[in-house]
Design a binder for this molecule. Structure first.
Ligand SMILES: CC(C)(COP(=O)(O)OP(=O)(O)OC[C@H]1O[C@@H](n2cnc3c(N)ncnc32)[C@H](O)[C@@H]1OP(=O)(O)O)[C@@H](O)C(=O)NCCC(=O)NCCS
Length: 180
């Protein structure tokens, strides 16, 4: 496969996408996109986004992620992050519930591209509906290592849940502050 021949885009999951062909090597993540993602989308429980290649088959799913609204209980976070937040018992967040790349395309930097797309989308949304951090639920310990490479930090509770402050995401994209 020639890297230059790809014309990637990330779009909301729709009926036309071939969900049953997706296979990332993790049964739970495969089963989610095949049989659950459309229902979650229809019921406003999660927004699934899919990476496609416009040059070949734009119905084929190269990778996907989901975003939802979430809440962080302040006592679950390390003290240094709490200091940066308003003193409420709980603060709003964006949950990156799932992220996966189909096996054929793994190891080509597309997981990173997909993650950056998710962070950028979360940042843009937080300018309309505030969100203090992106939370990820890593599927296993290997996935935790993947997210740590992108400066996600573990919660005090539960080793598979990590967060990245929106203020850091904002700086990463060299954007102006979240508040106008
Ligand atoms: C994890 C996953 C999304 C990574 O996608 P990918 O396209 O293969 O990853 P990339 O090519 O973008 O890799 C980016 C970097 O992360 C590293 N990396 C990739 N997968 C990793 C993993 N599971 N653990 C630790 N590091 C990982 C790569 O070595 C690469 O590092 P480099 O820039 O120093 O070379 C993909 O392998 C996948 O879908 N796996 C199954 C599902 C899964 O584990 N999802 C995790 C989120 S729940």
């Amino acid at each position: 496969m020639d890297e230059d021949s790809l014309d990637l885009d990330v779009v909301p999951l729709s009926k036309k996408h071939k969900r049953t062909d997706f296979s990332c090597g993790n049964v739970e993540l495969d089963s989610y996109i095949r049989s659950q993602a459309r229902q979650d989308s229809n019921k406003y429980c999660a927004c699934p986004f899919v990476m496609i290649d416009r040059k070949s088959d734009s119905a084929a799913i190269i990778g996907y992620y989901t975003l939802s609204a979430a809440t962080i209980i302040l006592s679950d976070l390390p003290a240094e992050f709490i200091k940066k937040l308003a003193r409420y018992p709980a603060v709003p967040a964006t949950l990156l519930g799932r992220l996966a790349v189909t096996q054929q395309y793994q190891g080509r930097n597309l997981g990173s591209v997909l993650l950056m797309d998710a962070l950028h989308r979360a940042l843009e949304s937080s300018r309309q509906v505030a969100s203090a951090a992106v939370i990820v639920d890593a599927i296993d310990d290997t996935a935790v290592e993947f997210y740590k490479r992108f400066d996600f930090e573990p919660f005090l509770t539960g080793a598979l849940r990590l967060y990245k402050p929106m203020i850091d995401i904002s700086k990463q994209f060299d954007s102006s502050a979240i508040a106008p």
